[in-house]
Design a protein around this ligand. Structure first.
Ligand code: 2AM
Ligand code: CA
Length: 276
Protein backbone atom coordinates (compact mmCIF):
# COMPACT_ATOMS: atom_id res chain seq x y z
CA UNK A 1 0.00 0.00 0.00
CA UNK A 2 1.25 3.54 -0.67
CA UNK A 3 2.53 5.48 2.31
CA UNK A 4 0.53 8.70 2.46
CA UNK A 5 3.50 10.49 4.03
CA UNK A 6 5.44 10.05 0.81
CA UNK A 7 5.40 12.84 -1.77
CA UNK A 8 3.48 12.21 -4.99
CA UNK A 9 5.53 11.25 -7.97
CA UNK A 10 5.48 14.29 -10.23
CA UNK A 11 3.92 13.99 -13.67
CA UNK A 12 7.20 14.70 -15.40
CA UNK A 13 8.89 11.87 -13.50
CA UNK A 14 6.30 9.48 -14.86
CA UNK A 15 6.44 11.09 -18.31
CA UNK A 16 10.18 10.44 -18.43
CA UNK A 17 9.58 6.79 -17.57
CA UNK A 18 6.98 6.42 -20.35
CA UNK A 19 9.39 7.83 -22.94
CA UNK A 20 12.13 5.62 -21.51
CA UNK A 21 10.00 2.45 -21.73
CA UNK A 22 9.16 3.07 -25.39
CA UNK A 23 12.74 3.93 -26.39
CA UNK A 24 14.35 1.04 -24.53
CA UNK A 25 11.76 -1.49 -25.74
CA UNK A 26 12.51 -0.49 -29.35
CA UNK A 27 16.28 -0.58 -28.86
CA UNK A 28 16.13 -3.90 -27.02
CA UNK A 29 13.96 -5.33 -29.81
CA UNK A 30 16.57 -4.31 -32.40
CA UNK A 31 19.28 -6.02 -30.36
CA UNK A 32 17.13 -9.14 -30.06
CA UNK A 33 16.59 -9.04 -33.84
CA UNK A 34 20.35 -9.17 -34.42
CA UNK A 35 20.48 -12.40 -32.41
CA UNK A 36 17.37 -13.71 -34.19
CA UNK A 37 18.97 -13.46 -37.62
CA UNK A 38 21.76 -15.80 -36.46
CA UNK A 39 19.70 -17.89 -34.08
CA UNK A 40 21.05 -21.23 -35.32
CA UNK A 41 24.41 -20.41 -33.70
CA UNK A 42 22.97 -19.53 -30.27
CA UNK A 43 23.60 -21.87 -27.35
CA UNK A 44 20.32 -22.91 -25.79
CA UNK A 45 19.98 -23.83 -22.12
CA UNK A 46 17.05 -25.46 -20.38
CA UNK A 47 15.55 -23.92 -17.25
CA UNK A 48 15.37 -26.56 -14.52
CA UNK A 49 14.12 -29.96 -15.66
CA UNK A 50 11.60 -28.68 -18.24
CA UNK A 51 13.10 -29.35 -21.67
CA UNK A 52 10.54 -26.99 -23.24
CA UNK A 53 11.51 -24.04 -21.05
CA UNK A 54 14.53 -22.59 -22.80
CA UNK A 55 16.79 -19.57 -22.52
CA UNK A 56 19.61 -18.31 -24.72
CA UNK A 57 22.38 -15.76 -24.67
CA UNK A 58 19.95 -13.48 -26.51
CA UNK A 59 17.55 -13.40 -23.54
CA UNK A 60 20.42 -12.79 -21.13
CA UNK A 61 22.15 -10.08 -23.13
CA UNK A 62 18.97 -8.19 -23.98
CA UNK A 63 17.92 -8.21 -20.32
CA UNK A 64 21.40 -7.01 -19.33
CA UNK A 65 21.01 -4.13 -21.80
CA UNK A 66 17.65 -3.12 -20.28
CA UNK A 67 19.02 -3.40 -16.74
CA UNK A 68 22.00 -1.25 -17.71
CA UNK A 69 19.72 1.47 -19.10
CA UNK A 70 17.62 1.35 -15.93
CA UNK A 71 20.67 1.62 -13.69
CA UNK A 72 21.82 4.67 -15.68
CA UNK A 73 18.50 6.54 -15.77
CA UNK A 74 16.45 5.33 -12.77
CA UNK A 75 18.94 3.75 -10.34
CA UNK A 76 16.53 3.89 -7.38
CA UNK A 77 13.71 2.02 -9.12
CA UNK A 78 13.07 -1.66 -8.43
CA UNK A 79 13.06 -4.41 -11.04
CA UNK A 80 11.54 -7.81 -11.69
CA UNK A 81 13.04 -9.50 -14.74
CA UNK A 82 12.62 -12.95 -16.22
CA UNK A 83 16.29 -13.83 -16.42
CA UNK A 84 17.97 -11.74 -13.71
CA UNK A 85 15.52 -11.96 -10.81
CA UNK A 86 14.20 -9.13 -8.65
CA UNK A 87 15.82 -6.25 -6.85
CA UNK A 88 14.75 -3.10 -4.97
CA UNK A 89 11.17 -4.22 -4.41
CA UNK A 90 10.66 -1.65 -1.65
CA UNK A 91 10.79 1.13 -4.27
CA UNK A 92 7.57 2.85 -5.39
CA UNK A 93 8.47 2.35 -9.06
CA UNK A 94 9.09 -1.27 -10.04
CA UNK A 95 9.92 -2.24 -13.62
CA UNK A 96 8.68 -5.63 -14.78
CA UNK A 97 10.57 -6.77 -17.86
CA UNK A 98 10.79 -9.68 -20.23
CA UNK A 99 13.73 -9.29 -22.67
CA UNK A 100 12.24 -11.85 -25.06
CA UNK A 101 8.69 -13.02 -24.52
CA UNK A 102 8.15 -16.02 -26.75
CA UNK A 103 11.65 -17.48 -26.44
CA UNK A 104 10.55 -20.86 -27.78
CA UNK A 105 9.22 -19.14 -30.93
CA UNK A 106 12.37 -17.02 -31.19
CA UNK A 107 14.67 -20.04 -31.12
CA UNK A 108 12.55 -22.01 -33.58
CA UNK A 109 12.31 -19.25 -36.17
CA UNK A 110 8.68 -18.32 -35.53
CA UNK A 111 8.05 -14.58 -35.63
CA UNK A 112 5.89 -14.37 -32.47
CA UNK A 113 8.19 -12.80 -29.93
CA UNK A 114 8.65 -9.33 -28.44
CA UNK A 115 10.25 -7.25 -25.72
CA UNK A 116 7.93 -6.34 -22.85
CA UNK A 117 8.55 -3.50 -20.39
CA UNK A 118 5.96 -2.55 -17.78
CA UNK A 119 6.00 -0.28 -14.74
CA UNK A 120 4.20 -0.64 -11.42
CA UNK A 121 3.81 2.48 -9.29
CA UNK A 122 2.70 1.89 -5.71
CA UNK A 123 1.67 -1.61 -6.71
CA UNK A 124 -0.52 -0.62 -9.68
CA UNK A 125 0.37 -1.09 -13.37
CA UNK A 126 0.90 2.42 -14.78
CA UNK A 127 2.50 2.07 -18.20
CA UNK A 128 3.67 -0.52 -20.64
CA UNK A 129 5.59 -0.92 -23.89
CA UNK A 130 5.64 -4.09 -26.02
CA UNK A 131 7.93 -4.00 -29.06
CA UNK A 132 7.51 -6.49 -31.93
CA UNK A 133 10.33 -5.91 -34.44
CA UNK A 134 9.09 -8.58 -36.85
CA UNK A 135 6.00 -6.52 -37.62
CA UNK A 136 7.31 -3.03 -36.80
CA UNK A 137 4.72 -2.67 -34.06
CA UNK A 138 5.24 -0.86 -30.78
CA UNK A 139 2.27 -1.31 -28.46
CA UNK A 140 2.28 1.20 -25.63
CA UNK A 141 -0.04 2.71 -23.09
CA UNK A 142 -0.30 4.82 -19.96
CA UNK A 143 -3.17 4.66 -17.48
CA UNK A 144 -5.65 7.44 -18.19
CA UNK A 145 -4.11 8.34 -21.55
CA UNK A 146 -5.05 5.42 -23.76
CA UNK A 147 -3.22 2.62 -25.53
CA UNK A 148 -1.73 2.63 -29.00
CA UNK A 149 0.00 0.52 -31.62
CA UNK A 150 2.56 2.92 -33.04
CA UNK A 151 0.30 6.02 -33.26
CA UNK A 152 -3.05 4.26 -33.70
CA UNK A 153 -5.38 4.05 -30.67
CA UNK A 154 -6.35 0.56 -29.49
CA UNK A 155 -9.86 -0.60 -28.72
CA UNK A 156 -10.96 -4.01 -27.47
CA UNK A 157 -13.31 -6.11 -29.63
CA UNK A 158 -17.05 -5.41 -29.46
CA UNK A 159 -18.01 -9.11 -29.34
CA UNK A 160 -20.84 -10.17 -27.04
CA UNK A 161 -20.44 -13.92 -27.67
CA UNK A 162 -17.34 -16.14 -27.90
CA UNK A 163 -18.45 -17.28 -31.35
CA UNK A 164 -17.61 -13.85 -32.75
CA UNK A 165 -13.81 -14.08 -32.69
CA UNK A 166 -10.60 -15.88 -31.75
CA UNK A 167 -9.37 -16.60 -28.22
CA UNK A 168 -5.64 -16.79 -27.52
CA UNK A 169 -4.59 -19.60 -25.19
CA UNK A 170 -1.46 -20.95 -23.59
CA UNK A 171 -0.20 -23.35 -20.97
CA UNK A 172 3.08 -24.63 -19.56
CA UNK A 173 4.18 -27.66 -17.59
CA UNK A 174 3.68 -25.72 -14.37
CA UNK A 175 0.74 -26.55 -12.08
CA UNK A 176 -2.57 -25.47 -13.60
CA UNK A 177 -2.12 -27.14 -16.98
CA UNK A 178 -4.83 -29.64 -16.00
CA UNK A 179 -7.35 -26.82 -16.55
CA UNK A 180 -6.28 -26.31 -20.16
CA UNK A 181 -8.10 -29.10 -22.02
CA UNK A 182 -11.37 -28.67 -20.06
CA UNK A 183 -11.30 -25.00 -21.06
CA UNK A 184 -10.69 -25.79 -24.73
CA UNK A 185 -13.52 -28.28 -24.60
CA UNK A 186 -15.91 -25.72 -23.12
CA UNK A 187 -14.77 -23.07 -25.61
CA UNK A 188 -15.36 -25.32 -28.63
CA UNK A 189 -18.70 -26.51 -27.24
CA UNK A 190 -19.65 -22.84 -26.85
CA UNK A 191 -18.91 -22.08 -30.51
CA UNK A 192 -15.52 -20.44 -29.91
CA UNK A 193 -12.13 -20.96 -31.57
CA UNK A 194 -8.57 -20.62 -30.31
CA UNK A 195 -5.02 -19.75 -31.36
CA UNK A 196 -1.69 -20.03 -29.53
CA UNK A 197 1.07 -17.79 -30.72
CA UNK A 198 3.57 -18.49 -27.87
CA UNK A 199 4.00 -14.94 -26.57
CA UNK A 200 1.80 -13.88 -23.67
CA UNK A 201 2.72 -10.22 -24.09
CA UNK A 202 1.74 -10.22 -27.76
CA UNK A 203 -1.52 -12.10 -27.21
CA UNK A 204 -2.38 -9.60 -24.48
CA UNK A 205 -1.61 -6.70 -26.81
CA UNK A 206 -3.81 -8.34 -29.45
CA UNK A 207 -6.73 -8.40 -27.00
CA UNK A 208 -6.21 -4.67 -26.50
CA UNK A 209 -6.09 -4.22 -30.28
CA UNK A 210 -9.34 -6.16 -30.81
CA UNK A 211 -7.55 -8.81 -32.87
CA UNK A 212 -8.35 -11.45 -30.25
CA UNK A 213 -11.53 -11.40 -28.17
CA UNK A 214 -9.73 -12.94 -25.20
CA UNK A 215 -6.59 -14.66 -23.96
CA UNK A 216 -6.40 -17.36 -21.28
CA UNK A 217 -3.20 -18.83 -19.85
CA UNK A 218 -3.34 -21.49 -17.13
CA UNK A 219 -0.39 -19.90 -15.31
CA UNK A 220 1.55 -16.84 -16.43
CA UNK A 221 4.48 -14.88 -14.99
CA UNK A 222 4.19 -11.15 -14.35
CA UNK A 223 6.90 -10.20 -16.87
CA UNK A 224 4.85 -11.83 -19.63
CA UNK A 225 1.80 -9.63 -19.05
CA UNK A 226 2.41 -6.60 -16.83
CA UNK A 227 2.98 -4.20 -19.72
CA UNK A 228 0.03 -5.68 -21.59
CA UNK A 229 -2.36 -5.24 -18.67
CA UNK A 230 -2.11 -1.47 -19.07
CA UNK A 231 -2.95 -1.79 -22.77
CA UNK A 232 -6.02 -3.95 -22.12
CA UNK A 233 -7.35 -1.66 -19.43
CA UNK A 234 -6.88 1.44 -21.57
CA UNK A 235 -8.48 -0.24 -24.59
CA UNK A 236 -11.65 -0.96 -22.62
CA UNK A 237 -10.94 -4.63 -21.96
CA UNK A 238 -11.14 -6.58 -18.71
CA UNK A 239 -8.70 -8.76 -16.80
CA UNK A 240 -8.71 -10.97 -13.71
CA UNK A 241 -6.94 -9.96 -10.50
CA UNK A 242 -3.61 -11.26 -11.75
CA UNK A 243 -1.41 -9.53 -9.16
CA UNK A 244 -3.22 -11.01 -6.14
CA UNK A 245 -1.17 -12.98 -3.65
CA UNK A 246 2.28 -13.77 -5.01
CA UNK A 247 1.34 -12.79 -8.58
CA UNK A 248 4.22 -10.36 -9.09
CA UNK A 249 6.96 -12.86 -8.30
CA UNK A 250 5.28 -16.24 -8.65
CA UNK A 251 2.60 -15.73 -11.29
CA UNK A 252 -1.09 -16.67 -11.43
CA UNK A 253 -3.77 -17.93 -13.80
CA UNK A 254 -4.52 -15.20 -16.32
CA UNK A 255 -7.49 -14.00 -18.37
CA UNK A 256 -7.92 -10.81 -20.38
CA UNK A 257 -10.85 -10.28 -22.70
CA UNK A 258 -13.18 -7.93 -24.49
CA UNK A 259 -15.79 -6.67 -22.00
CA UNK A 260 -18.70 -8.46 -23.69
CA UNK A 261 -17.17 -11.94 -23.44
CA UNK A 262 -15.10 -11.76 -20.24
CA UNK A 263 -17.78 -13.33 -18.02
CA UNK A 264 -18.47 -16.08 -20.55
CA UNK A 265 -14.77 -17.04 -20.73
CA UNK A 266 -14.32 -16.81 -16.95
CA UNK A 267 -17.25 -19.21 -16.49
CA UNK A 268 -15.65 -21.68 -18.92
CA UNK A 269 -12.43 -21.63 -16.88
CA UNK A 270 -14.21 -21.96 -13.56
CA UNK A 271 -13.01 -21.45 -9.99
CA UNK A 272 -9.32 -22.08 -10.75
CA UNK A 273 -9.04 -18.65 -12.41
CA UNK A 274 -9.27 -16.76 -9.15
CA UNK A 275 -8.38 -19.49 -6.65
CA UNK A 276 -6.14 -18.25 -3.84
P1 2AM B 1 8.51 -16.91 -22.38
O1 2AM B 1 8.76 -17.10 -23.82
O2 2AM B 1 8.99 -15.60 -21.89
O3 2AM B 1 9.02 -18.06 -21.55
C1 2AM B 1 2.62 -17.90 -23.84
O4 2AM B 1 1.80 -18.99 -23.82
C2 2AM B 1 3.57 -17.78 -22.68
O5 2AM B 1 4.14 -18.99 -22.26
C3 2AM B 1 4.67 -16.88 -23.09
O6 2AM B 1 4.56 -15.67 -22.46
C4 2AM B 1 5.99 -17.63 -22.90
O7 2AM B 1 6.92 -16.92 -22.10
C5 2AM B 1 5.56 -18.92 -22.29
N1 2AM B 1 5.97 -20.01 -23.12
C6 2AM B 1 5.80 -20.18 -24.43
N2 2AM B 1 6.29 -21.34 -24.86
C7 2AM B 1 6.77 -21.92 -23.76
C8 2AM B 1 7.42 -23.17 -23.51
N3 2AM B 1 7.65 -24.02 -24.50
N4 2AM B 1 7.79 -23.42 -22.24
C9 2AM B 1 7.56 -22.54 -21.25
N5 2AM B 1 6.96 -21.36 -21.42
C10 2AM B 1 6.57 -21.07 -22.65
CA1 CA C 1 11.20 -14.46 -21.75
Amino acid sequence: MPDFQQPRLEGEQLEARYAFAKRVALEAAQRAMEFYTRRSSLIVEHKGSDLQDVVSIADQEVEAFIRGELARHFPDDGIVGEEGGSDGLQARCIWVIDPIDGTACFLNGLHNWCVSIGLLVDGEPLLGAVADPNHDELFHGFIGRGAFVNDTPLQAHGASHVGEGLVGVGTTHRPGHEHFLPFLHALLDGGGQFVRNGSGALMTAYVAAGRLIGYYETHLKSWDCLAGLVLVREAGGRGNDFLRGDGLLGGNPYLVAAPGVYDQLAAMIGASLDAP
